[in-house]
Ligand binder design. Structure first.
Ligand SMILES: CC(C)(COP(=O)(O)OP(=O)(O)OC[C@H]1O[C@@H](n2cnc3c(N)ncnc32)[C@H](O)[C@@H]1OP(=O)(O)O)[C@@H](O)C(=O)NCCC(=O)NCCS
Length: 379
């Protein structure tokens, strides 16, 4: 086959590289299911703990199974002291840099680091599910000149995270909205960070290596950084009346509008609607309805792009929700990571089931063979 016959799929757009029974995404109709369960049912009826169990085991848990799983998560909420020391050393870095480094360091303190059996990877994934929020919260407190705190045992995963950040029990509403956010971010098929985790696993590297690399992939604005950028955009716009002109100016420079568009969804991202309602309610409750009005005006101004398949995505509303919870902007991406750990673990487990090195090709388009010139003969 000549090079001219080779079809190059830049960004691997539209390429299926494996099969997976977990996450069904229909980008045309805007559907998302985990193991056959609609994201809408999970968003309305489930908890993060239950959804994480479902992802990792393939079935919804019984009460007893959920209690055991919950106890395992709670048992892993404390970080090894040397990891807290690393966080102290890095306290002025961006939270994603700190998270990536501390998650990597956790491997050194995990007794099962190199045990690649599915049962051990599952246990490590459960530990990381609790340790990742513990890192994010501990770093935030340390950089504020405060000491990390442990959450009361009875608090749910989402409530415990908010407690670890603020040293106070969150309201039931705040905890539920964070729980919902974690459910909606828990897993999303072969997204960039999960694909990264699979590539790392393909080399037989361990779970901590895969999750560290996934965190690195998530840190870019085209993936996890969008919620932070939406908040920046909402601030820049300032008032709803200015949204249309803002969008026009951005598009004139061919800049993407943050919180819109998706590699897979051509219809609206099915996760968005749950956060839209929550954001609207919360912005009214907190006496800051202008955020809802600004985002609504942006959505209206972006309406013409819907026919190109560019619609609102999950990150459009989450930033304002975090802001209304008093969470600083640079924690928005780390919060996405907190929710995504079960998804990364699942992808690693599935990759391991029939592992294969992931090694695609680059089509060479450089110079023909050239003769080597010694350095003293080069002009
Ligand atoms: C996520 C993203 C990287 C996907 O990129 P992609 O798969 O290359 O995008 P598509 O192939 O769907 O783009 C199709 C067209 O829509 C346009 N488009 C895509 N996203 C857009 C956006 N956010 N704003 C305006 N136009 C957009 C593209 O420029 C392209 O137009 P063109 O054909 O004239 O060049 C992109 O939509 C983006 O940068 N969005 C903003 C960041 C964001 O919210 N990320 C979070 C994703 S959950």
């Amino acid at each position: 086959m000549s090079d001219d016959d080779v079809r190059v799929y830049r960004g691997l757009k539209g390429v299926h590289f494996d099969r997976s029974p977990t996450t069904h995404i229909n980008g045309r109709t805007g559907e998302l299911r985990y193991w056959g369960y609609s994201i809408h049912d999970l968003a309305e009826h489930s908890s993060f703990e239950e959804t994480a169990y479902l992802l990792l085991h393939g079935e919804l848990p019984t009460e007893g199974q959920l209690a055991t799983f919950d106890a395992e998560l709670k048992a892993a909420r404390t970080l090894p002291e040397p990891v807290v020391d690393i966080i102290r050393t890095l306290k002025n870095a961006h939270p994603m840099e700190v998270l990536r480094t501390a998650a990597s360091a956790l491997g050194a303190f995990d007794a099962e680091l190199d045990d690649r059996s599915p049962a051990a990877v599952l246990r490590k994934g459960i530990r990381l599910t609790s340790q990742v929020p513990a890192i994010v919260a501990a770093h935030h407190r340390i950089r504020e000149g405060l000491e990390p705190v442990s959450a009361p045992r009875e608090l749910s995963h989402a409530a415990a995270f908010l407690y670890q950040l603020k040293d106070e029990v969150p309201s039931a509403d705040a905890a539920r909205l964070m729980d919902l956010d974690f459910i909606l971010h828990a897993e999303h098929g072969s997204n960039a960070s999960s694909f990264t985790a699979r590539v790392v696993t393909g080399t037989d590297a361990n779970l901590h290596a895969a999750v560290t690399a996934a965190i690195a992939a998530l840190s870019g604005p085209a993936h996890g950084g969008a919620a932070e950028d939406v908040m920046k955009m909402a601030r820049e716009i300032g008032e709803p009346e200015k949204a249309a002109a803002y969008i026009k100016a951005k598009r004139k420079n061919r800049e993407p509008i943050m919180g819109f568009g998706h590699r897979v969804y051509r219809a609206e991202d099915p996760r968005a609607r749950h956060l839209r309602d929550g954001m609207k309610r919360l912005s009214e409750e907190m006496g800051e309805p202008h955020w809802n009005a600004i985002l609504q005006a942006v959505e209206d101004a972006m309406q013409p792009y819907a026919r190109l398949g560019v619609n609102v995505n999950v990150d459009f509303y989450s930033g304002v929700i975090y802001h209304l919870h008093g969470i600083p902007q640079d924690l928005f991406v780390p919060i996405f990571a907190v929710g995504r750990v079960p998804g990364w673990t699942l992808q690693v487990l599935q990759q391991m089931e029939s592992n294969i090195l992931i090694r695609p090709l680059l089509l060479y388009n450089g110079p023909e063979l050239r003769s080597y010139t010694p350095i003293d003969e080069r002009s």
